[in-house]
Design a protein around this ligand. Sequence first.
Ligand code: AMP
Ligand code: ZN
Length: 113
Amino acid sequence: MSDCLFCKIIAGDIPAEKLYDDDDVIAFRDISPQAPQHFLVIPKKHIINLSDMTEGDDALVGKMMRVAAQVADEYGIKEGYRTVINNGADSGQLVFHLHMHVLGGRPMGWPPG
Ligand code: AMP
Ligand code: ZN
């Protein structure tokens, strides 16, 4: 997707501070962190959001979760972190390429806003 911000990060056309990178998934620091640790885990495949997933994406999205946990562990927030997937405009989704926020390093409130 030539006009997708996160596809441009995957392609290396826009810089990002990558924390993890393999054939399927990358993780990079959010440019506007909302917690001491805030990174995004995204599939390299352009999927708009959860509503755009198909059964064939099950393993890929499962991997995103495992990578989120692995990177959270590596960056010292294993004891507690929040994962968020905004899905659609009403949720606050601004970038229409599936991404999982991982936030940690401070207490998290509940319910989320
Ligand atoms: P969402 O509102 O769930 O779509 O989240 C999009 C996230 O992408 C926001 O937290 C932004 O701060 C983040 N973001 C936007 N542009 C960049 C960028 N160039 N590098 C890293 N994160 C970004
Ligand atoms: Zn994309």
